[in-house]
Design a binder for this molecule. Structure first.
Ligand SMILES: CC(C)(COP(=O)(O)OP(=O)(O)OC[C@H]1O[C@@H](n2cnc3c(N)ncnc32)[C@H](O)[C@@H]1OP(=O)(O)O)[C@@H](O)C(=O)NCCC(=O)NCCSC(=O)C[C@H](O)C(=O)O
Ligand SMILES: [Mg+2]
Length: 287
C-alpha cells in the first residue's frame, strides 16, 4: 500500500484544452494526460505541443501528473518522448511517463533512455505483459502500473461481465507483481460513465482485490472512486482500536490482542498503520 493517494486517476485527452483547463479544479488524485488512444491521429502533433505548454505553465496543484505517450513502435512515440523530455528541461513538472502496451522490460528500457528525468509507469494490457508482469514490475525505473482492461479484453477475445471473470487472471498477476516490487497499481476504466451503480460495484471489487485506485474517463466518476478507495470511518476506527489494544497487550507482556472477537498480531498493526497513513495523506490533499 502506498501513502500517496491514487484513488482516482483521470484520463484527459491531450487534445482537449477545455477538459485540461477543467482538470485544475477537479478532485482527482492523479491525471493521465493522454496522447495515445484518446487522441485522433491527425490531432497528435498539436496535442503534444499543447501538453508540453500546459504542463509547463499551468498549476495542477498536488495532483500527480502522468503523461501517456504513444508506443515507440508508432510514428508518434519517439517524438512524444522527446517533447516531454524537452518540457521537463523547460521546467514542466511531469511525475511519470506512462508507456502503453508494455510487453516486457525492454519496452521500458527504450523509453528510460529518452526521458531520464521522469519515473516510468506501464500500461498492463497485453497477454505478453500479463505473463511478464514480474519482470516489468522489477524494472528499476518503474513506479506504477495501470490496468488496460479494454485492450486486454480485445486481446483475449473475452466478453464483458459484471464480475470481470475473464480479467481475473491478469488483474491478479499484475497485483502480485506490483506488490512484490512495491509499485503503485491502479485498476482499469469503467466504460459506461453514466452508470454509477456499475462503477461503484467495480470500484468495490478493485478495492477488495487490493488496487490503489481506479482509472477514470469522466469527471462524474471521481466521487465514487474517491470514496471507494479511501479508508472508511469504520476502517479508521478499527485501525485505531487495534493499535491501542495491541499496545496494551504488549505492555502486559502479550504478543496478541483481541478486538471485536478477532486476533490482532503485529502484521495487523502494519495494515492498521498503513490505513491511518492513507487517511492522513487524503486529508492533507484538502489542506
Ligand atoms: C467520454 C467523453 C468523450 C465524454 O465527453 P463529453 O460528451 O464532452 O462529456 P460531458 O459533456 O459530460 O462533459 C462535461 C464536462 O466535463 C468535461 N470533461 C469530460 N471528460 C473529461 C475528462 N476526461 N477530463 C476532464 N474534463 C472532462 C467536459 O469538457 C465538460 O466540461 P464543461 O465544458 O466545463 O462542461 C469524455 O469524457 C472523454 O473524452 N473522456 C476521456 C476518454 C479517454 O481518455 N479515453 C482514453 C483512455 S481509456 C483507455 O485508453 C484505457 C486503456 O488503455 C484500456 O485499454 O483499457
Ligand atoms: Mg489501452
Amino acid at each position: 500500500m502506498t501513502a500517496r493517494p491514487y484513488r482516482s486517476v483521470l484520463y484527459i485527452p491531450g487534445s482537449k484544452e477545455r477538459a485540461l483547463e477543467k482538470a485544475m479544479g477537479l478532485a482527482a488524485d492523479a491525471i493521465i494526460f493522454d496522447l495515445e488512444d484518446a487522441v485522433a491521429p491527425d490531432e497528435k502533433p498539436a496535442a503534444r505541443d499543447l501538453l508540453a505548454r500546459v504542463l509547463r505553465d499551468w498549476d495542477f496543484g498536488r495532483r500527480a501528473r502522468i503523461v501517456r505517450i504513444n508506443g515507440l513502435d508508432t510514428e508518434w512515440g519517439a517524438a512524444d518522448a522527446h517533447a516531454m523530455d524537452g518540457a521537463i528541461a523547460a521546467g514542466a513538472r511531469i511525475d511519470a511517463i506512462l508507456i502503453p502496451k508494455v510487453n516486457g522490460p525492454d519496452d521500458l528500457d527504450r523509453v528510460a533512455g529518452l526521458v531520464p528525468g521522469a519515473d516510468l509507469w506501464a500500461m498492463m494490457e497485453t497477454a505478453a505483459g500479463m505473463l511478464n508482469a514480474g519482470a516489468i514490475a522489477a524494472h528499476p525505473r518503474l513506479r506504477g502500473m495501470v490496468m488496460g482492461t479494454n485492450d486486454l479484453a480485445k486481446e483475449l477475445n473475452s466478453r464483458f461481465r459484471p464480475d470481470r471473470l475473464a480479467m481475473q487472471a491478469g488483474l491478479g498477476l499484475c497485483l502480485l507483481a506490483a506488490r512484490a516490487h512495491g509499485r503503485v497499481i491502479v485498476d482499469g476504466v469503467y466504460n459506461a460513465f453514466k452508470d454509477e451503480d456499475g462503477l461503484r460495484a467495480e470500484c468495490e471489487q478493485g478495492r477488495d482485490m487490493g488496487f490503489d485506485g481506479k482509472t477514470l474517463i469522466h469527471p462524474a466518476q471521481l466521487d465514487i472512486a474517491n470514496a471507494a478507495f479511501a479508508p472508511s470511518e469504520a476502517e479508521i476506527d478499527l485501525a485505531r482500536r487495534q493499535i491501542a489494544a495491541f499496545e496494551a497487550a504488549k505492555a502486559a507482556g502479550q504478543g496478541v490482542a483481541v478486538v471485536d472477537g478477532k486476533i490482532v498480531e503485529n502484521l495487523h498493526i502494519v495494515t492498521a498503520l498503513a490505513t491511518l497513513a492513507k487517511a492522513d495523506a487524503i486529508a492533507a490533499l484538502a489542506e
